[in-house]
Design a binder for this molecule. Sequence first.
Ligand code: ZN
Length: 221
Amino acid sequence: MSYQHQYSDGTRIHFPMGKVVCVGRNYAEHAKELNNPVPSEPLLFIKPGSCVVPLEGGFAIPQDRGAVHYEAEIAVLIGKPLSRKPSREEVLDAISGYAPALDLTLRDVQAKLKEKGYPWELAKAFDGAFVLAPFVPGDAIADPADIGIRLTIDGEVRQDGNSRDMLYPIVPLIQHIAGHFSLQAGDVVSTGTPAGVGPLRSGAELVLELVGQPRFHGRVL
Ligand code: ZN
């Protein structure tokens, strides 16, 4: 299914789907569960817009490349250009919305790439690798440093985190990112996953939510 940004009330957002800038190991507990050291500056990678699919209606995962892990993340929709080193106010003004998302990862493929010191694209940028729910408007979130993110699979809560536990909180993270890559309207920043990642299987029923905001349902086809 092709992807178009939209708000949780169904309003379409007329920005093109840009790139997704992701951060790895942004929660200490998650770095620990994969035996990764905590980075001394944000560990960034980019997923192309072509890999983004909507959560609702269901999504497919690769069947022939080993384990596909879910990583529930708070995604931030950028609505205005940001570059160089924007101020905190400029970043807040440029945020159009927040959504829960899944940064899907071919974990076995990634382990081999990491071993060799190779880039992660084969594990992170495949078609369907970023599953995005609709956005709640930026002004619906009182404090970006206090957003709950929760993933429930087949009735069981698997990930339950809060942006207050991020090593690099949302606004400083976006300031840092924009110092390296220009961000444009329609780009998404995915802010890292809390602990609890694991493999997805076909037929799994998912509920993804920013705590206190609408809950979104999806299914692995
Ligand atoms: Zn991730």
